[in-house]
Design a protein around this ligand. Structure first.
Ligand SMILES: NC(=O)c1ccc[n+]([C@@H]2O[C@H](COP(=O)([O-])OP(=O)(O)OC[C@H]3O[C@@H](n4cnc5c(N)ncnc54)[C@H](OP(=O)(O)O)[C@@H]3O)[C@@H](O)[C@H]2O)c1
Length: 307
């Protein structure tokens, strides 16, 4: 099987690429030039997804069976201040990719976000719940979902939440480093999601691909791999709860966590209050569930602490 990953240098794309290498033939797409140290026997294409023709010719050249689309404009505040760029990258870019996937008959796994939701409904969100994004990033990603589902024939929209991992800056990595150095960490308490480790998410995506390889018809409309699917570590938390687990794991002294709220921080974009994801559909589909976010945070810290 040949799998193409967009956003291959991003937080999730880097880990997914690492896990897929050796299992299947993997092609990486990034916006910038081929990274230093890239394995020369692995194909890397420099493609800006806002430019249609280069994306089309690159996809038609390699004709993958599966495209995992992780590339996106993910800076929530930058999306708020430049919504037309957010729309161009997230929504238009996804539509174009979906159309090209059709022309080469590829199965599109389009990664989306818990930020399509907003306020608490008293339980974790299921795939069929109505989206209600509170900021431009969430709106552009919701439109990306619509584009993918409308334009691609074989498509899975995979909503993930609160990523952490080693590849790029994120809350858990930053807090771990600061706490280890005895520095204070501001922690917002007015946002709850499902914190998720990129290593576990990538494993989950690999399970979905195994399912596809065993039964490609499952990605057809009406099949179990078609439509929207939630994937996250189990449980829900705000950043204070996450930071308490990190502080304990690194043995930080008490008193370094400083409670705050997004409102007090005064960022351009409003944050959703509650976006935890119900992953029962993934569990039924694969017969497995991702471990709890607490286990995942401890696992990440242990891995980062091992020389
Ligand atoms: N991070 C989270 O907490 C989170 C939560 C829920 C859902 N998600 C979703 O999960 C997916 C992966 O997120 P992530 O955190 O791994 O993102 P990320 O680290 O920001 O990586 C995104 C990648 O997209 C690339 N990219 C941006 N604009 C592009 C363009 N015009 N053309 C081609 N490539 C472009 C970036 O390239 P450069 O390397 O050149 O910057 C980067 O490598 C996204 O769909 C995101 O919406 C993320």
């Amino acid at each position: 099987m040949r799998v193409l990953i967009t956003g291959v240098r991003g937080l999730l794309g880097t880990e997914l690429f690492r896990q897929l290498q050796g299992r299947v033939e993997t092609i990486g797409w990034g916006r910038s030039r081929r990274p230093e140290g890239w394995n020369p026997s692995v194909v890397y294409e420099s493609v800006d997804i806002t430019e249609g023709e280069p994306a089309r010719s690159a996809l038609e050249r390699w004709r993958p069976q599966v495209v995992v689309h992780t590339a996106a404009m993910t800076d929530v505040d930058a999306c708020e201040t430049d919504p037309s760029l957010a729309w161009k990258v997230n929504a238009d870019g996804t539509r174009r990719l979906a159309e090209i996937c059709n022309s080469v008959d590829a199965f599109l796994i389009s990664v989306s976000t818990d930020y399509v939701f907003g306020e608490s409904i008293g339980r974790p969100y299921r795939e069929e719940d109505s989206p209600d994004p509170v900021n431009k990033y969430g709106q552009s990603k919701l439109e990306a979902e619509r584009c993918a589902l409308e334009a691609a024939r074989r498509v899975l929209v995979l909503r993930v939440s609160g990523l952490f991992g080693p590849a790029r800056s994120n809350f858990v990595l930053g807090a771990m480093r600061r706490l280890r150095e005895g520095q204070t960490v501001p922690v917002v308490t007015d946002q709850v999601n499902s914190p998720s480790y990129t290593v576990d998410l990538a494993e989950g995506i690999c399970r979905l691909m195994d399912r596809f390889a065993a039964d490609p018809l499952s990605a057809e409309p009406g099949g179990v791999l078609h439509g929207i699917l939630h994937l996250a570590n189990s449980g829900e938390a705000n950043r204070l709860e996450v930071a308490e687990v990190i502080a304990e794991a690194v043995g930080a002294p008490k008193g370094l966590l400083q409670r705050t709220t997004w409102k007090q921080l005064g960022r351009p974009a409003q944050r959703p209050e509650y976006t935890a994801l119900d992953c029962s559909r993934f569990e039924r589909l694969t017969g497995s569930r991702l471990r709890t976010w607490q286990e995942a945070v401890r696992g990440f810290i242990q891995r980062e602490s091992t020389p």
